[in-house]
Design a protein around this ligand. Structure first.
Ligand code: WT7
Length: 669
């Protein structure tokens, strides 16, 4: 059956207001998965016999030093994939391309942020051969500094090739990396060092962001001095700090501890054997916010993660050899791990990397990059798209975007207006859009269109990827009727799923596997329409999604109450046209302290210092008391309504102090 009619026959019950975009026949013909029928047939196989399906994929996609003996051991909620197998991630991303025509293909093409009209932009291209050499060198540096398999390494770098080199070098020798986003503060770095027990930190003298320099090395220095409440150093496991010279930013180098990247790289050989690692050997830890406490260290392991990120990159982005693929995420987030580094390189693709802000020096930097580098695939976030809409179509119009053939979005629900704008003004109405739903925990894309096969509807992430069984359920775990809201759960294990929380197996069960029996709970609300399409509503736990960044309300609250003037704080989200959600904090002050604008700013900066600028509240509202239930629980529902500026609806009789509501509206401003 030709692709368009296959698609038509399945999409019989189009929702009233929804528009459906069918894959263009020219696109489908060349695509890896060419029709809805083909997708459905493969999907069915992947669900009916997951072990056969994933066994075949593992055999086809990955290079193994030793074959596995069982595809899956599932002892809920603990999964082991490809047990007994041995492989190496950096080998699969680099060495396997060496004696092939890919060896001289660009693996990474990079552009720095600084811009001078009279000079070409700072650029660097590393072929697979060159990247292999750099990775081998840095792996040798790590070995020389005593890093051994299983040791943890913190990577706190700007978006420069060294970030990918450091990650791959860790995987080459079996060290476990934990990348910390450059927008996190010294405190956050210290917490992550302390939790992971890292022995080494890789950082830079600075990174460029919107024309300013982010003082990464200075933050590391501060992190290594921070003390806990008992006066003991927080981050005491670090022995060495390797510093990339990026910004010629003056820094202090501590003797015996701090080493320059370029000096270390000169003194080591450019080859280093890749260590065969167990399929389930820890690969990386990535910290992410949850509904309670400090960020959780999400643990991913070797074979399943690599297989998931590789296969999704090829099929979701319909990757071709000649693509210039650009995922705009920072490597500090999981999107950067799976879709800037591991997924593209495991496919022998050219991954484009940009260091800085989308509006530096002008709001057309992205479009200028696409034009100059002939980018064919662009993967970015709805929050960025909404900013582009606000800046105006004159900026993309200045550039030739004809090289683009596919667009992607990730990180938060995309509103149909933003989807349409992206489609028209960036995709020239010819590029399919893949709206990909997934999480740090899932390691790889879970719900997504396959661009040659699955018709899209603006605002829906459409259908599950192979092997993924999502369902929308009520509190009892029963599937809700079509078009009703519910919790999004995943019923079966998948290869790239998290294997646990670093150092806290109990919390892993409790956070993800206790809410709905025998299911992984995503934390998201969702509905499924008549066509089985998934529409993600957003977080239904106490996690906010601010400009695509995941922020725990509890974390921000504890940062605010660590300020000496604050008694209590409650943080909620408010709908925001640009960021999706904005962060609003309701704060009560100690004793006789009076609120004012200075204190408001001081508290905002305090959060930036404690967690990082990404968590800085958009708004601080002072209150005399916070509305609470009789049992003392803060009534967040009510605060959300106040924050959104709406009327207070619903039953307020459970309030402990009725006057509190009136006071709230009086005292803010
Ligand atoms: C949360 C995960 C892994 C991608 C980067 C974010 C939201 C992600 C979508 C989408 C609607 C989305 C969810 C999810 N989210 N993609 N296409 N449509 N919502 O990773 O920081 O772990 O956040 O981002 O709420 O739970 P993350």
């Amino acid at each position: 059956m030709p692709p368009e009619s296959a698609a038509n026959s399945a999409i019989t019950s189009v929702l009233r207001e929804d528009r459906v975009f069918l894959p263009a026949p020219e696109f489908s013909q060349r695509a890896h998965i060419k029709s809805l029928d083909e997708y459905q047939e493969l999907y069915r196989r992947s669900i009916e016999s997951p072990e056969t399906f994933w066994g075949e994929q593992a055999e086809k996609e990955l290079v193994w030093f030793e074959r596995w003996h069982s595809v899956l051991n599932w002892n809920p909620p603990l999964a082991q994939w490809f047990s007994g197998g041995r492989l190496n991630v950096s080998y699969n991303c680099l060495d396997r391309w060496l004696n092939t025509p890919y060896a001289d293909k660009p693996a990474i093409v990079w552009e720095g942020e600084p811009w001078d009209q009279n000079k070409p932009a700072q650029q660097k291209t590393l072929t697979y051969r060159e990247l292999h050499q750099e990775v081998c060198r840095f792996a040798n540096v790590l070995l020389k500094l005593g890093i051994r398999p299983g040791d943890r390494v913190i990577i706190y770098l700007p978006m420069i090739p060294e970030a990918a080199i450091a990650m791959l070098a860790c995987t080459r020798i079996g060290a476990v990396h934990s990348v910390v986003f450059g927008g996190f503060s010294a405190h956050s770095v210290a917490d992550r060092i302390a939790d992971s027990g890292a022995r080494l930190v890789v950082t830079a003298d600075g990174g460029f962001r919107r024309g300013a320099i982010v003082p990464l090395k200075k933050n590391v220095d501060d992190a290594l001095e921070l003390k806990d409440t008992r006066g003991a150093l927080l981050a005491r496991t670090v022995e060495k700090v390797v510093v990339v010279c990026r910004a010629s930013n003056p820094i202090e180098m501590r003797d015996g501890r701090d080493l320059w990247w370029h000096e270390q790289m000169q003194s080591v050989p450019a080859d280093c054997a890749a260590t065969p690692m167990d399929s389930e050997a820890p690969l990386f830890i990535l910290y992410t916010s949850g509904s309670t406490g400090k960020p959780k260290g999400i643990l991913h392991t070797t074979a399943g993660y690599l297989l998931g990120s590789k296969l999704t990159t090829r099929l979701v982005f319909d990757l071709r050899d000649e693509d210039i693929y650009w995922c705009t995420a920072d490597v500090g987030w999981v999107t950067g791990h799976s879709y800037v580094v591991y997924g593209p390189l495991a496919n022998g693709a050219t991954s484009f990397m940009y260091e800085g802000a989308p509006n530096y020096p002008e709001p057309d930097r992205f479009w200028s990059i696409i034009e100059r580098h002939r980018v064919t695939i662009l993967y970015t976030a709805p929050t960025a798209i909404r900013a582009f809409m606000k800046w105006g179509v004159e900026w993309p119009r200045k550039h030739d975007l004809a090289s683009l053939r596919l667009l992607g979005t990730v990180g938060e629900p995309i509103n149909p207006e933003a989807w349409m704008w992206y489609h028209e003004h960036i995709g020239g109405k010819r590029c399919p859009i893949v709206d990909t739903w997934w999480q740090t925990e899932t390691g790889a894309i879970m719900i997504t269109p396959l661009p040659g096969a699955i018709p899209t509807k603006p605002g829906s992430a459409t259908l599950p990827f192979f092997g993924v069984v999502p369902e929308v359920v009520n509190d009892k775990g029963e599937v809700v009727p079509c078009n009703s809201g519910g919790k999004l759960v995943i019923r079966k294990p998948w290869p790239s799923m998290l294997r646990g929380l670093w150092g806290d197996p109990e919390r892993y069960r409790q956070v993800y596997w206790s809410d709905v029996k025998d299911s992984y709970f995503t934390g998201d609300g969702c509905r499924q329409d008549e066509d089985g399409y998934f529409w993600i509503v957003g977080r239904i736990d106490d996690v906010l999604n601010v400009a695509g960044h995941r922020i725990g309300t509890a974390e921000v609250e504890s940062a605010i109450v660590s300020h000496p003037k604050v008694a209590e704080a409650a943080v909620v989200g408010r709908p925001d046209d640009l960021k999706g959600q904005a962060l609003v904090a309701f704060v009560t002050l100690k004793g006789a302290i009076k609120p004012d604008a200075n204190l408001r700013e001081e508290l905002r900066q305090h959060v930036a210092k404690e967690i990082g600028p990404v968590a800085r509240p958009d708004d601080i509202r002072f209150a005399e008391a916070l509305p609470k239930t009789r049992s003392g629980k803060i009534m967040r529902r009510l605060l959300k309504q106040v924050a959104a500026g709406g009327e207070i609806k619903g039953d307020t009789t459970t309030l402990e102090d009725f006057t509190v509501l009136a006071r709230l509206s009086q005292t803010d401003e």
